[in-house]
Design a protein around this ligand. Sequence first.
Ligand code: ARG
Length: 262
Amino acid sequence: MKRVVTAMVILAAVLILGCAQQTPTEEKKIKLVEEGFLTVGSDIAYPPFEYTDEKTGEYTGFDIDLMTEIANRMGLKVKFVNTAWDGIIPGLLAHKYDVICSAMTITEERAKQVDFSDPYFEAKQVILTKADNTEIQDVDDLNGKIVAVQQGTTGDFAAQRLKDEKGIQLEIKRFEGTPEALMAVQKGDADAAIIDNFVAYIAAKENPDIYRVVESDEFAPEYYGIAVNKDNPALLEKINEVLKEIKEDGTYDKIYNKWFGE
Ligand code: ARG
């Protein structure tokens, strides 16, 4: 009898606790996939935003510094999960990580699936071509050319738009990663790539004899955001709060100057 009573008390406690978890206040609590960590999904092959330092073997870049700072201010450790771009949103939806920070442009399509933080970086598409290519000076010159892109990026969408809306006859070669798209240009397998401007600037700055950047007014400004699951509004709110703080106290500028100083 005593045992039955004990069992019933435990059962009641479990039921009460279970219900408590569904009260509205619980909804406002930050959910984390791992206690004590801010787990960040990123396609870490995208210098200078996220890449592996060849010497130390550690992840580094603007986004890495930014997320490390944000996690610190939340009293959390940061953990990066290197993820292929084409699975990066599904991975967030499957709760493999808490956020995506991967130089991801805020787009309407993506915002149907995930919530975005306030913008943290302004970017634009550019054309990256071979240093010795004098022919390509604007988007019209891509007519009849092969254009390399990272599949599913805004560079990919921009190339498609040039075809569909501007009638520029170009062939799009889609690659899983940005390094492969850059390699295709270097090897001459593609005439140009359409990619985010700062990624192109760095590639051309480090390899001036290989690459040249071509800007075009055809491309509109884009804004990077940190993506959060829609069922985690408290996390989104906190990230925006910390982001604001970092921008106001000069920490954002410090990180920015470290990576884009000159
Ligand atoms: N900004 C572009 C986009 O959102 C490209 C981002 C690619 N990021 C990366 N880590 N490979 O589509």
